[in-house]
Design a protein around this ligand. Structure first.
Ligand code: GDP
Ligand code: GDP
Length: 472
């Protein structure tokens, strides 16, 4: 499970500013799913190679009615979902009665809370902090979120020590690559390279296999048909179901077999409720979905053909791609859809989902089972992509051929040279390329590299991450 950090405090104290600094806005994959999480925004962030989830909240005003009351409830919900709460106050405003009342509420939640005094720029830190020590928190940090001051320390001193247990559990997860090169493969030139390269076993990086088989996260907005699909996937199969400890944070993990192959379904809809006790379980939770994505080998993302491709769909898909998971897309409720609607949906897909065009797309009916068999094929294929065997010799030979076909463009004063490649990890597959002036390599060339490696290694449904290294 990824550690979860919640930001709470009054409006205008700088929560969003801090949120954007953590998520570095470039990956502002903020899942804001209307109607469910109005005032909670979820971001994916990575610090020193450790991924975590950060929740921003609308703010607590001290008013308890109407919108203000809802906002406060959303904030407390975020606190309950989190491992660490950062309680943000403003040095400019000094200690206010609302801060005091928030502090009291937080104490009653019995959570790990750290006080963060923001906007200390141009202020006398000691004087300001003295004021806030009255709130009685053990851990107090002073920052200027807008300028980044103190944020590094906050991360080191507060987030990492406290998150150690979760981080340890998450350590096998891959860190984010700095190269945003998997997002768009649409315009890359095609490379027709030989796909038969003699493998050498010397340094093969082999992904470990779980005895439960690949984990498939079934994700999508509410009502797209996740539960129906999970039931369909399980329907004809003999399954062994085991529930994970049940809190609203957890998805349900279902062990199953199909054609003598093992899989674990991660059911984010939580349909396989048994008995009344679980009935109250929140049917949709962004956090649950994000955790499921991170824990999965293959993400099966469901769209609703009747709704088309929505902003929320794109947000969720963005998360899955950012996490580097293998991906299969399914457009559900294709049954009885009028022809003109089908054309509309296909048009919307090619226009809005181009950044996921490495993934197979299936039109299905979970209700009737149409095409669900093909979905399984796509899942197997995507999982194979994440586990493809890569060796340094193979990758370097491919690199030489790919470069021979199209030289990198001249990069400033010095020539860009790509010398050799080696595997850097699995899930997602990571290729490390060494050379000179590699940082000058334009995105279009990185896309060409990705497309070429993808074709040569026959990787479908899995993003490939590149790390470019300067060799000495
Ligand atoms: P939120 O409502 O708590 O999310 O607050 P915002 O992040 O929207 O910030 C409210 C205002 O405070 C904005 O005008 C920010 O530019 C400003 N602000 C945020 N951080 C700082 C800071 O470190 N120093 C100063 N001086 N202003 C800040
Ligand atoms: P979830 O919230 O994503 O788990 O969605 P559900 O599985 O609960 O489905 C929401 C609604 O869509 C239910 O009324 C289902 O019967 C319906 N539904 C699900 N799949 C299909 C499908 O393939 N075709 C049609 N026509 N309806 C479907």
């Amino acid at each position: 499970m990824l550690p979860v950090i919640a930001l709470v405090g009054r409006p205008n104290v700088g929560k969003s500013t801090l949120f954007n600094r953590f998520t570095r806005t470039r990956d502002a994959l903020v899942a804001d799913l209307p109607g469910l999480t109005r005032d909670r925004q979820y971001g994916h962030a990575t610090l020193n190679d450790h991924p975590f989830i950060i929740i921003d909240t609308g703010g607590i005003t001290g008013g308890e009615v109407g919108v203000d009351g809802l906002m406060a409830e959303q904030s407390m919900q975020a606190v309950r979902e989190s491992d660490i709460t950062l309680f943000i106050v403003s040095a400019r405003d000094g200690l206010t009665p609302v801060d005091e009342s928030i502090a009291q509420q937080l104490r009653s939640e019995n959570k790990s809370v750290h006080l963060v005094v923001n906007k200390i720029d141009g202020m006398d830190q000691n004087t300001v902090l003295a004021d806030f020590y009255a709130l009685g928190f053990q851990s107090v940090s002073a920052i200027a979120a807008a300028h980044g001051r103190g944020v590094g320390k906050l991360i080191e001193n507060v987030i990492f020590p406290a998150a150690n247990i979760s981080l340890h559990e998450a350590s096998e997860l891959q860190s984010e690559s700095e190269n945003e090169n998997t997002a768009d493969t649409g315009s890359a030139e095609s490379a027709d390279l030989p796909t038969e390269i003699a493998p050498s076993d010397d340094d093969a990086l082999v992904a470990e296999e779980s005895e439960h088989g690949p984990k498939l996260a079934i994700i999508g907005r509410p009502n797209v048909g996740k539960s129906t699909l999970v039931n369909r996937l399980l329907g004809e199969e003999r399954v062994v179901v085991y529930d994970m400890p049940g809190t609203t944070r957890d998805s349900i993990y279902i062990d199953m077999q199909r054609r003598n192959k093992k899989y674990t379904l991660i059911d984010t809809a939580g349909v396989r409720k048994r008995g009344k006790v679980n009935e109250a379980v929140e049917k949709f939770s962004v956090l649950k979905t994000l955790q499921a994505i991170n824990d999965a080998n293959v993400v099966v993302m469901i769209f609703d053909a009747r709704e088309g491709i929505t902003e929320q769909d794109l947000n969720l898909l963005g998360f899955a791609i950012e996490a580097g998971r293998s991906l299969v897309l399914a457009v559900n409720k294709w049954d009885n859809l009028p022809e003109d609607k089908r054309i509309d949906v296909k048009e919307a897909i090619s226009r809005r989902l181009y950044f996921a065009d490495f993934a197979r797309l299936k039109f299905i009916s979970a209700l009737h089972g149409t095409n669900v068999g093909h979905l399984w094929d796509a899942v197997d294929e995507a999982y194979a992509g994440a586990r493809v065997k890569m060796t340094s010799s193979k990758l370097t030979r491919l690199l030489e051929m790919i470069v021979a076909k199209h030289q990198p463009p001249a990069g400033g004063r010095f020539k860009i040279k790509l010398r050799y490649a080696h595997p850097g990890g699995h899930n997602p597959p990571r290729i490390v390329i060494h050379g000179n002036q590699t940082t000058s390599l334009p995105n279009s060339y990185i896309r060409y590299l990705e497309k070429s490696f993808r074709e040569a290694l026959k990787i479908v449904g899995t993003p490939i991450k590149f790390e470019l290294k300067e060799s000495v």
